[in-house]
Design a protein around this ligand. Structure first.
Ligand SMILES: Cc1ncc(C[n+]2csc(CCOP(=O)(O)OP(=O)(O)O)c2C)c(N)n1
Ligand SMILES: [Mg+2]
Length: 282
């Protein structure tokens, strides 16, 4: 894979909007070193359809900037707000039926490993909390049980944002939402803890208020998935529209959550740590 996949054939080149051409010419391929490079390349179109202050859009941007080899990465999504930005980003992206992402990613990873035995082809699932914790939970867990060498990233806005505000398994207990008017009855699902006991070699819980940590977690998760096994990154990406806070407070809300129930945590198996150390990977 390379940026050839998003480069239009000559006959159509003139018909595309300038924004799209910019994505090809100024995208992250072969350029990114980390999230500190954000702003020096174009990872997503300027007029993307995310709401003002969208935590998910920030999570997607940070992830795009942290990919160790964007040109050799296949992002797998599913319906949800992350789809909006991802489908208009300079990334190799494919979507799935809602909840099927880890099954599809498993198959694609196996296919890419057979087709390109000498090259790393990173397969990264990047979807919402509803996609992972609810409809896709079964397929997510089974991909971890099977030790599929893929990275799963949850952009957790604690709600079904895309469909107007139903509660998700990741919503907090008691939370009143547009379509949960009496408040959620049970606690947030412990998906992060489930990752640790279900076969993940590496798992991180982090928020968009700590961009460097998000960048490091995404990078390490992808490197470890190449050789060792499944990895999981759970990013808190608060949603101003549905959680009902002003759009300029997203990072503040995430920072507060870090002090409360969304503390940074990194889990790594001895095998994964050994692999990083021996290959001098950070
Ligand atoms: C099989 C199926 N069921 C339901 C839907 C409708 N649907 C689309 S997105 C979505 C919720 C997404 O929530 P989440 O994964 O948390 O992503 P967010 O929009 O919050 O980023 C639902 C229920 C669907 N597209 N397909
Ligand atoms: Mg959500």
């Amino acid at each position: 894979m390379s940026n050839k996949i998003i480069t239009p054939v000559e006959e159509f080149a003139d018909l595309l909007p300038d924004e799209y051409k910019e994505l090809i010419n100024k995208g992250p391929f072969f350029k990114t070193k980390g999230i500190e490079d954000l702003g020096t390349f174009k990872e997503i179109i300027d007029e993307h359809p995310h709401c003002a202050g969208c935590g998910v859009a920030l999570g997607v941007r940070l992830t795009a900037a942290a990919l160790p080899s964007p040109e050799d990465t296949l992002i797998i999504g599913t319906p949800g707000c992350s789809f909006f930005g991802l489908s208009q980003a300079a990334l190799n992206y494919s979507t799935t039926a809602f909840g099927n992402q880890n099954a599809v990613a498993s198959g694609l990873k196996r296919m890419l490993t057979i087709r390109y035995p000498e090259q790393n082809k990173d397969v990264v699932v990047l979807v919402g909390d509803g996609g992972i914790a609810d409809i896709g939970l079964d397929l997510t867990l089974h991909s971890w049980f099977r030790r599929e060498k893929i990275t799963t990233i949850m952009v957790d806005n604690e709600v079904y944002g895309n469909t107007g505000g139903q509660e998700s398994g990741m919503s907090t207990q008691g939370k009143v939402l547009n379509m949960a008017p009496k408040g959620k009855l049970f606690p947030k699902l412990p998906v992060f803890d489930m990752a640790k006991i279900s076969g993940c070699a590496y798992a991180v819980r982090v928020t968009v208020a700590s961009p460097q940590k998000v960048g490091r977690a995404v990078r390490k998760a992808i490197l470890i998935a190449r050789e060792i096994g499944p990895t999981y990154v759970q990013i808190y990406t608060p949603c101003p529209t549905n959680l009902k806070f002003p759009p300029n407070q997203t990072v503040k809300i995430a920072k507060e959550a870090e002090k409360d129930y969304y503390a940074y945590e990194e889990f790594i198996t001895a095998e994964a740590q050994d692999y990083l150390d021996k290959n001098n990977l950070k």
